[in-house]
Ligand binder design. Structure first.
Ligand code: ASP
Ligand code: MG
Length: 603
């Protein structure tokens, strides 16, 4: 007899009929010989309705009272579902978060789970009852028993945390979509259902998947090895399996990471190649990385920063053993790129024989401003100069001089209170070999690009800029520091560009403008007409040519790439807003995510 946790979202319990259908599904699971703990959300749009009510009474309702209000939604659905189970003759009991012993931080409206005391729940299960738990809510650790909520969409997190605490054999998230799709089907109707995805990929696809599955839930599944499935409430289809690494026994103490970062990774076996002043036109990145792929050279980090005039800089890293070949490819291609006289570019190549890549990793940084800034300021305080910066959803990577690597790691481990581990550049495991290069693609149209020119190339500059943004509550997304160094009054300077959410653009602009004045930087420019296209896949690790294929797909559509940033399992390109949808479709198709091959085969 296995223990299963099933979570039903708002639409799945949105009416009397649906609650009855859920009760039946739960009863079937019991009939199949399982113990079942059920977690439910508030019915339909109840939570939105309560938020609206509160806003009609007060412009800034207290967060404590908001929790008091919003937690009632789930209390309604647990009682109704339990009654429905009783009507079917199924023994069941409903419990609030506090009754279950879901202990959280006292941080109202965004509390993280600290511990789950499972004794009572386990007792009811052992009595043969289905336990129906209110999602999204918990109780503070103090004797005041304050009611807290986990933040919107938090029921997923309640469910996975419960599964981790109970050592459940799996956690099923029932929702109103068939599972996780390769991209947003409203943008690309050909989007396909994924049979499986790993937790790491899911986290990098947060902007795609967040509506379906709360990123904090994915992080708990990853950290505790909870087998997780997302599937439809309306059918018996298997849905999408979200693969977690094998389960390892771990204390439930501080269950949800209170730390925004859960690991520091480093790789000291890298070399850097930078091509400066190459023409800014479609097809250049495709050409360069296509040639690398043709030579079977695996490229790790790739960044292309903002440019001036009609030239670009692209820098990338390779494992050190591949440097001579990579340099040769770059050298051979530079004159070809220069071929067009109208570009009047003077491509130059720089190599750095040995660089270290240092990364901070953790889902806790999603939507939490200041984590990247903290990394930069920590490095600055340790006297480490940052060469390249590249960020993704759950990772910030910097390259630094090799002899500063140890210092960088020690400082970061202390600052974030985590241990570090070397990134293995082992040959890919058989599992990784069978993985698709790319699992899914996303388009983000809600960002704007902010560019700061001529930032003095001194330790601490990035730290100062991003700390100010964090203090102002601005969440920074993609950060890229340029390669090109310009002397301004004898001081080497570099440009830094990043993206922020549209809603925070004005705020970001004013913060950055005053920072630029104080720190002696050049002009600040804001570009609203941009789109970010990303592909994510664990299969791209150690596999040459994935970036080249993405760039080629864009080039084929004559789409110019304005910025590039990568992490091990993600490649993001900034393109003009007008090209956004076309770019997503091109990339989605280029990686066979349209299911075209299957359709052709069955036709
Ligand atoms: N009812 C809460 C919300 O709408 C929690 C959830 O549904 O996950 O945010
Ligand atoms: Mg949800």
């Amino acid at each position: 007899m296995a223990l299963v946790v099933q979570k039903f979202g708002g639409t799945s319990v949105g009416s009397v009929e649906r609650i009855q259908a859920v009760a039946q599904r739960v009863q079937q699971t019991v009939a199949a010989g399982h113990q079942v703990a059920v977690v439910v959300s508030a019915m339909g749009k109840t939570t939105d309705g309560l938020v609206k009510l509160a806003n009609e009474i007060s412009e800034s309702p207290s967060r404590r009272e908001m929790d008091m209000l919003l937690s009632t939604g789930e209390q309604v659905s647990i009682a109704l579902l339990t009654m429905a189970l009783h009507s079917l003759g199924q023994a069941a009991i409903s419990l609030t978060g506090a009754q279950v012993g879901i202990v959280t931080e006292a941080d109202h409206s965004r509390a993280r789970i600290l511990d789950i005391r499972t004794e009572r729940l386990q007792r009811h299960l052992d009595e043969g009852k289905v336990v129906v738990v209110a999602g999204f809510q918990g109780v503070s650790p103090s004797s005041d028993f304050e009611i807290t909520t986990l933040g919107r969409g938090g029921s997923d997190t309640s469910a996975v945390a419960l599964a981790a605490a109970l050592g459940a054999s799996k956690c099923e998230i029932y929702t109103d979509v068939p599972g996780i799709l390769t991209t947003d089907p409203r943008l690309v109707p050909e989007a396909q259902l994924m049979a499986a995805i790993t937790c790491d990929e899911m986290l990098e696809l947060a902007s795609l998947g967040a509506k379906v599955l709360h990123p904090r839930a994915v992080e708990i599944a990853r950290n505790y090895g909870v087998p997780l499935v997302v599937r439809s409430s309306w059918t018996d289809e298997p849905g999408t399996y979200v693969e977690a690494p094998a389960r390892h026994p771990k204390s439930l103490d501080g269950l949800e990471l209170v730390h925004p970062v859960d690991a520091i990774e480093f790789d000291t076996d890298q070399a850097k190649v930078a091509l400066l002043r190459i023409p800014d036109r479609p097809g250049v990145a495709a050409r360069l990385f296509g040639e690398m792929a043709a030579q079977r050279l695996n490229v790790d980090l790739i960044i292309q920063s903002i440019h001036e005039g009609n030239t670009n800089d692209i820098a990338f890293t390779v494992v050190r053993a591949n440097l001579p070949q990579a340099e040769a490819v770059a050298a051979a291609i530079a004159p070809v790129l220069r071929g067009n006289i109208a570009d009047s570019s003077q491509a130059e190549i720089f190599v750095d024989q040995r660089v270290a890549k240092v990364s901070i990793v953790g889902a806790g940084m999603i939507g939490r401003p200041g984590v990247a800034a903290r990394m930069f300021s920590t490095l600055a305080a340790a006297g480490v100069n940052i060469q390249m910066i590249s960020t993704s959803e759950v990772k910030v990577s910097c390259t630094v001089q090799i002899d500063q690597c140890d210092r960088a790691i020690n400082a970061l481990c202390q600052a974030f209170q985590v241990t570090c581990s070397p990134l293995k550049s082992e040959p890919p495991s058989p599992v990784a070999t069978s993985m698709p290069d790319v699992r899914g693609a996303v388009l983000d149209l809600k960002q704007v690009q902010v560019a700061m020119r001529q930032v003095p190339d001194l330790p601490g500059m990035a730290a100062q800029i991003f700390e100010r943004l964090a203090t102002a509550g601005v969440s920074v997304d993609m950060i890229i520091q340029s390669q090109r160094c310009r002397l301004v009054g004898g001081q080497p300077t570099r440009d830094i560009a990043f993206t922020v959410a549209q809603a925070e653009a004005a705020q970001a602009q004013s913060v950055v403008a005053s920072a630029a004045a104080e720190l002696g930087c050049g002009a600040v420019a804001v570009n609203r007409a941009i789109a970010k296209v990303s592909v994510v896949g664990l299969g791209m690790i150690n596999r040459p040519g994935v970036a080249a294929r993405m760039f080629a797909a864009l080039a084929q559509q004559q789409i110019n790439i304005q910025m590039i940033a990568t992490s091990e399992i993600k490649i993001s390109c900034l393109v003009s807003e007008a090209d956004g949808l076309k770019a997503l479709k091109a990339v989605h198709g280029a990686f066979q995510l349209n299911g075209a091959t299957e359709m052709a085969a069955s036709a």
